[in-house]
Design a protein around this ligand. Structure first.
Ligand code: ACO
Length: 404
């Protein structure tokens, strides 16, 4: 029997540090009036140096589990949508799995830029519908501040950091995720991108020297073209997802869009012939948080009671890839009365999970030492040595290529 994927928990996390437009204007040639008028953004949050994409994802996830009132061991799958992982691997999802002590969960990251949350929601709903799992944690999390060129006024004013999470659970009761539409157009990949590997002939990663230049990984964007693309696809994909759910626009109570630019939303509302009031916006406070923007906005909409039980809500995302997509969800949950005791108990479990994780690492090291294998540290030192030799080779190769 097919199961319906209902959202039963939600949680968000924003770093404490707020960066206002006025502050930005002190370091780059811009001003508050321009940013507000052209984007709708007033401020953004910036992660502290001890926060990572994974740690803020954990905070959002822990809050979502509190609302869902389920334990980490009940989660069967963790999907993290992000463009700013700490590592290519291990995935951010695996780090969150470890922080939570979600010992029965599969975990993977999903790359679909700002559409990542809609893609992840759709994957999660499918996994539940086919009964491969019953509870899925979906997280959108970003530390965009780490991949911005803070001298580039066309991009650094747009983005912010944050994380949002939801818990989906299978049930035979109709409702929950009712439809999803996912789309992509790789021919527009160059319009918005974040490189990791600069040159296929000489692959190098962040912080490396290439041909005498220090390369870093920062967002590259053709703002006007991305704007044009977004205004073309958003209204259509919303309409298609609503039709696929067997509904009409009149049945939709709220649309929660990816928060990229308030003018994109105004254009979509005009095309759909609906009021902008039916779109939820929190871009003024948080900026564009990429894959985190929809779950962050969802949590704010719930907190402001803009979503009521039995409302139909549309999530719509668009961004790098190019990718875009929309999902229609019946919001059929009433938030449970939060039991403080349950939440505290879960927090204790997370501390225990970290202790267990450390113990497992120690056990691995000890058994490796007893078996006479090199320790992970020794292996890393050896790899570092090899890397230095390879980097030297690369330098020679670069120089000979330059000479040619
Ligand atoms: N402050 C002041 N002036 C600026 C700034 C700034 N921060 N940035 C650009 N300008 C200037 C430009 O230099 C230009 O000046 P000129 O006319 O003298 O040449 C003028 O303002 C207009 O520039 P445009 O680029 O045409 O400005 P536009 O109105 O298109 O706004 C923006 C730029 C905000 C980037 C807009 O194009 C946009 O929002 N695009 C979509 C971006 C987006 O959504 N990206 C994320 C997608 S999601 C993801 O996957 C990550």
């Amino acid at each position: 029997m097919l199961k319906y994927a209902h959202i039963i928990g939600w949680g968000s996390y924003l770093p404490d540090r707020i960066l206002t437009n006025q502050e930005l204007a002190k370091t780059v040639d811009t001003n508050d009036e321009w940013i507000r008028a052209r984007t709708g953004i007033h401020q953004r949050h910036i992660a502290a140096s001890n926060e990572t994409t994974a740690t803020i994802a954990f905070e959002a996830a822990a809050r979502a589990l509190d609302v869902a009132q389920i334990n980490p061991s009940e989660i069967g799958l963790i999907i993290v949508a992000t463009s700013t992982p700490e590592y290519v691997f291990p995935s951010t999802a695996c780090r969150v799995q470890d922080y939570l002590g979600a010992r029965r969960a599969g975990a993977f990251d999903l790359s679909a830029a700002c559409t990542g949350f809609v893609y992840a929601l759709s994957m999660a709903a499918n996994a539940i519908a086919t009964e491969s799992v019953n509870s899925v944690l979906v997280i959108g999390t970003e530390t965009m501040s780490r991949v911005l060129d803070w001298q580039d006024r066309s991009t650094c004013i747009l983005f912010g950091d944050g994380a949002g999470a939801i818990v989906l659970r299978g049930s035979s009761v109709p409702g929950g995720v009712m439809s999803s539409i996912l789309r992509s157009d790789g021919s527009g990949g160059d319009l918005l991108r974040l490189p990791t590997v600069y040159n296929t002939a000489i692959p190098v990663l962040k912080g490396s020297y290439v041909n005498g230049h220090h390369e870093s990984n920062t967002i590259e964007m053709d703002g006007r073209q991305v704007f044009r693309f977004a205004t073309k696809v958003v209204a259509n994909v919303i309409a298609d997802a609503v039709t696929k759910a067997g509904l009409t626009m009149d049945d939709i109570d709220l649309i929660i869009p990816h928060q990229a630019n308030s003018r994109i939303i105004e254009s979509a509302a005009k095309k759909l012939k609906i009021s902008t009031d039916r779109f939820y916006m929190n871009i003024a406070q948080v900026g564009n948080t990429s894959a985190a923007s929809i779950p962050l906005a969802l949590c704010d909409a719930v907190a402001e009671r803009q979503l009521k039980p039995d409302n139909n809500v549309v999530f719509v995302g668009f961004g790098g890839g190019l990718t875009w997509g929309a999902s229609v969800v019946k919001w059929d949950v009433t938030p449970p009365d939060m039991e403080e005791r349950g939440s505290e108990w879960r927090r204790t479990r997370y501390v225990a999970a970290r202790a267990r994780s450390k113990l497992r690492q120690w056990q691995r090291k000890t058994s490796a030492r007893l078996a006479g294998s090199p320790t992970p540290e020794a292996r890393l030192k050896d790899a570092d040595k090899q890397g230095t030799i390879a980097a030297g080779d690369n330098k020679e190769r670069n120089q000979s290529i330059k000479k040619d």
